[in-house]
Design a protein around this ligand. Sequence first.
Ligand code: FES
Length: 139
Amino acid sequence: MDRRPATGRLAAGCDLSGRKRPPNCKVAMADNYRRAVSCSDLPERGTAAVEIDAVNVIICRDESGVFALENRCTHQESPLQGGRIRRGAIMCPMHGAPFALKTGACLSQLAYAPIRTFAVKVEDDWVFVDLTSPAVDAG
Ligand code: FES
């Protein structure tokens, strides 16, 4: 799988791979979204860790949607990859602190600071992440 983020400017009328796209294609061209992971590489209830512009991001999916958070626990900075997804939260695999997927808020007293969240969109079987915008539900 190609985990490299899409970079550079694309010619009008091309998709992110540089192929010509149909006129009704909804791939946004003038925004900050970066291609993160193919939906086929993201388990139905699971995670995928990616690096986008030197930021470690964890893409999470559960029955309510797809979310992107910084891949670093605010307790002792352990990566969250490998953490279980449960009840709208990801559990840090190190000590078990749960963080809300939608807001990044820590749901226990193990850690107090929330995790950064990022805006996500899914198009053409790809998850795109905008590092410049928090998730819509983030506080
Ligand atoms: S490092 Fe995540 S809960 Fe301790």
